[in-house]
Design a protein around this ligand. Structure first.
Ligand code: ADP
Length: 601
C-alpha cells in the first residue's frame, strides 16, 4: 500500500512529537521528583531540628518511660500536628511511640536504613514503602542523645502521595497540550500536503504528458518556491525537447523523402550483414517483389555475388569498394556499385549505392557497333570499286564489251558511298543539333499529296497501289516541310521496297489532341516482333542482304526517328510477319501564337 503525502507527513509529525514528548516526560518527572523529595526532606529536617530543640520531657536518663506513657504520646501528638508522622524508636530498634500506629503492633525498626544512618552519623533519610501504613513515605531520622544512656531515634515521615498526584497533573497537562498540538499539526500537515501533493501531481501529469510526446508547457503557479522553479525548469526542458524532436523529425522526413525519391538504390547493412535500411530504388533495381525488411540477411535479398563480395570486403576493413553488377535476363541493366564503410554511434557497417549505368554501357556498345558498321558498309563498295578499277587497269579497259559495265558498277558503288556519307553526315548534324528546322504551318493534304506524287512512279514500277485516306478538315501541322517530307518519303520508300508486287500501300492521317498522326501501312513482308524495337537503330536491318540489294543503307529509319523527334513527335511501328507493317508518326498541330520558327532544331 502506498501512503499518500498527507499520511507520510502526519506520521512524521506524530513521530517527531512522540520523540520530543517522551524525554520531556521522563526528565520532567525526574526533576520534579528530585525537587519534591529535596524540599520534603528539608521540611522533615526542619521539624527534626525543632524536635531536637524541644525533646520529650518525660524521658529520664537511664530510665525510659514505659512505652505508651502519656507524656511521650503527647509530645508525639504535638509534633504530628504539623502533618508529619512521628515515631520514637530506641537505639535497639524498639518503637516507643508512633503518631499513626500502635507501637505494640510495630516490628523492630533497627534494620531501617534511616535509623541505621541516624545512629551512625546523627541523621539519616530514605524513601520507602511503609509496611505499617501501606504507603510510600519520605523518612528522616535524627539521633537524640540521652544523658547517661543510649540515644533515642526521632523519626519523621511524610507521604509521597501528593507528589504522585502532582506528577499526574503535570503529565495530564503535558499530554493534553501535545494532543492539541498533534491535532493542529495534523490539520496543518493535511493542508500543506494537500496543496503540495496537488502540485506534485500536476507536475507528474505534466511529465507523463511529455513522455507521450505532448510538450505543451505547464502553468507555473506563482508561489515563488522551489516547486515553481521546478515547473519553470521542466517547461524549459520540455520546450528544448520539443524543438529537438521537431528538428530531428524534420531532418528524418527530409532524408527519407530524398532517399525515397532517389532513382539510385541505397541500402545500409550492419556488421553482421543484415539490412538496416533499403530505399524503394534498391528494391526496384534488384527486382525484389517486396521491399526488404530491416533485419533481413543481405544474402537472402541479393543474389549478385559481386555485390556481396564488395560488402564483405568493406566489412573486413576496406573503406570503399567499387564494382559493377548486371540485373535482368531479357533486358539487361548495368549498375555501378559503390560500397563504403560507415560508422555511426555504436553501429558500424556499410552503405551500398547502386547507380544505373545501362545508358552508358548501351552508348558504348552503340558507338562500337557504329564504327564497326560504318567500316563494314564502306568496305563492300570500296572493294568493288577497287576490284573493277584494277580489272580495268589490268587490261579490261580495252575490252569494249565489258568496260562500260565495269564502269557502271564502279559508278553504282560510288553512288552508294555518296548516299552513305550523305546519310552519315545528316545523322551527325542531327546529333550535333544543327538541323536548323524551319517550322511553319503546313497543310496536311498538300504535304501528303506532294510526297505521294513522288512515290507514285517507283510504286507503279513494282505494281503497287498507293491510296490516301485523310480525315476531314485536318489542322495545319507545325513542321519543316522539306525535312518532314524526308520522313514520309523514307517510310513510303520502305513500304515500296518491302512489299511484294500487287500489294497495297495506304497513307492516312488523323488529328487527336494537339497532334496529327500519320500512318503508312503496307501489305508487305512485315517485321518480326523481336526486331521491331531495333529497326530505328542505325544500320539495323532485318535482312541485310535484301536491304543492300534494294540500295538501303540501314540509316533511313534512324534519320526518320531523329527528324520526327526534332519536330516534337513520336514514331513507332506495328507489324506482323507476312501481313504487312504500319508505321505511325505524330507531328504537333501548328499554333500561330506560339511560334513561327523553332530555330535550332
Ligand atoms: P534500309 O535502308 O535498310 O531500308 P531503314 O532504316 O529504312 O533501312 O530500315 C531498317 C530496316 O527495317 C530495313 O532494313 C528493313 O529490314 C526493315 N523495314 C523498314 N521498313 C519496312 C517495311 N515497311 N516492311 C518490312 N520491313 C521494313
Amino acid at each position: 500500500m502506498r501512503l499518500n503525502l498527507f499520511w507520510k507527513l502526519g506520521f512524521a509529525f506524530f513521530a517527531l512529537l512522540i520523540a520530543v514528548l517522551l524525554p520531556v516526560d521522563f526528565y520532567a518527572e525526574r526533576a520534579l521528583r528530585r525537587d519534591y523529595e529535596r524540599s520534603g526532606f528539608e521540611q522533615l529536617a526542619a521539624i527534626a531540628r525543632i524536635a531536637l530543640a524541644h525533646p520529650p520531657q518525660a524521658i529520664a536518663p537511664n530510665s525510659y518511660a514505659p512505652v505508651g506513657t502519656a507524656p511521650l504520646n503527647d509530645w508525639v501528638a504535638q509534633m504530628a500536628a504539623s502533618g508529619v508522622r512521628v515515631t520514637v524508636i530506641t537505639s535497639d530498634g524498639q518503637v516507643l511511640a508512633d503518631s499513626q500506629s500502635d507501637p505494640a503492633t510495630m516490628e523492630n525498626h533497627a534494620g531501617r536504613p534511616e535509623i541505621h544512618d541516624a545512629l551512625a552519623v546523627g541523621a539519616g533519610q530514605s524513601i520507602r514503602h511503609s509496611v505499617t501504613i501501606n504507603r510510600e513515605l519520605l523518612y528522616y531520622a535524627v539521633r537524640l542523645p540521652v544523658a547517661g544512656g543510649p540515644p533515642l531515634i526521632l523519626r519523621f515521615a511524610s507521604p509521597l502521595q501528593t507528589l504522585n498526584e502532582e506528577l499526574w497533573e503535570f503529565r495530564k497537562r503535558l499530554w493534553l497540550a501535545s494532543l492539541v498540538m498533534l491535532l493542529v499539526t495534523g490539520a496543518a500537515s493535511l493542508l500543506i500536503s494537500r496543496s503540495f501533493s496537488g502540485r506534485v501531481d500536476r507536475l507528474k501529469q505534466f511529465s507523463d504528458r511529455v513522455a507521450e510526446g505532448d510538450f505543451r508547457p505547464i502553468e507555473a503557479d506563482r508561489s515563488g518556491d522551489v516547486m515553481e522553479a521546478l515547473a519553470v525548469s521542466l517547461n524549459q526542458t520540455a520546450g528544448r525537447l520539443d524543438r529537438t524532436i521537431r528538428t530531428l523529425t524534420e531532418e528524418r522526413n527530409l532524408s527519407s523523402a530524398i532517399l525515397g525519391s532517389m532513382v539510385e538504390g541505397v541500402a545500409v547493412v550492419n556488421a553482421s550483414e543484415r539490412l538496416l535500411f533499403a530505399n524503394p530504388g534498391f528494391a526496384e533495381i534488384l527486382d525484389l517483389d517486396v521491399p526488404p525488411k530491416s533485419g533481413s540477411a543481405l544474402v537472402e535479398v541479393v543474389r549478385q555475388t559481386e555485390l556481396l563480395e564488395a560488402v564483405r570486403q568493406v566489412l573486413k576493413g576496406d573503406t570503399r569498394v567499387e564494382t559493377e553488377i548486371v540485373t535482368g535476363t531479357l533486358r539487361q541493366r548495368f549498375f555501378a556499385v559503390t560500397v563504403a564503410a560507415v560508422s555511426a554511434a555504436e553501429t558500424s557497417g556499410a552503405v551500398i549505392v547502386l547507380h544505373d549505368i545501362s545508358d552508358l554501357r548501351k552508348l558504348e556498345r552503340v558507338r562500337r557497333d557504329f564504327v564497326a558498321n560504318v567500316s563494314h558498309e564502306f568496305k563492300t563498295p570500296l572493294t568493288a570499286i577497287q576490284g573493277f578499277a584494277e580489272t580495268l587497269l589490268a587490261g579490261a579497259i580495252d575490252d569494249a564489251q565489258n568496260r562500260v559495265r565495269f564502269l557502271e558498277i564502279i559508278l553504282e558503288h560510288s553512288q552508294r558511298l555518296a548516299r552513305l556519307t550523305d546519310d552519315l553526315l545528316r545523322l551527325s548534324q542531327m546529333d550535333a543539333d544543327r538541323l536548323g528546322l524551319e517550322i511553319h504551318g503546313v497543310g496536311v493534304s498538300q504535304f501528303v499529296e506532294s510526297c505521294v506524287e513522288t512515290a507514285q512512279r517507283p510504286a507503279a514500277e513494282r505494281d503497287l497501289r498507293i491510296s490516301v485516306n485523310l480525315a476531314k478538315r485536318l489542322p495545319d501541322i507545325a513542321a519543316d516541310r522539306r525535312r518532314l517530307a524526308e520522313v514520309l518519303q523514307n517510310l513510303l520508300d520502305n513500304a515500296i521496297q518491302y512489299t511484294p508486287p500487287g500489294g497495297q500501300i495506304m497513307l492516312s492521317a488523323s488529328a487527336s489532341g494537339n497532334e496529327v498522326t500519320f500512318t503508312v501501312s503496307d501489305t508487305g513482308i512485315g517485321i518480326p516482333q523481336t526486331d521491331q524495337p531495333r529497326i530505328f537503330e542505325r544500320f539495323y536491318r532485318v535482312d541485310v542482304a535484301r536491304s543492300r540489294e534494294v540500295g538501303g543503307t540501314g540509316l533511313g529509319l534512324a534519320i526518320a526517328k531523329h527528324l520526327v523527334e526534332a519536330h516534337g513527335g513520336r514514331i513507332w511501328v506495328e507489324s506482323e510477319i507476312g501481313q504487312g507493317s504500319q508505321f505511325h508518326f505524330t507531328v504537333p498541330i501548328f499554333d500561330p501564337e506560339r511560334s513561327s520558327s523553332r530555330g535550332g532544331r
